[in-house]
Design a protein around this ligand. Sequence first.
Ligand SMILES: [Zn+2]
Length: 55
Amino acid sequence: MVSNGKQIQWVCIYCGRKEWRKDWTGRPMPGLCNKRPYAKGPHRWIKNREMDGTK
Ligand SMILES: [Zn+2]
């Protein structure tokens, strides 16, 4: 069965930016993070929390 509506909140460990994504869409786009300590590069997303999207 496909989970329908569950959402994952991802947070970037460098800049703290948060993005909500559907469970099945995977990580957000890497984008460009300007808070990385040494060199500019993509955000590094970690899973922050998840929520059942049915309302
Ligand atoms: Zn970032």
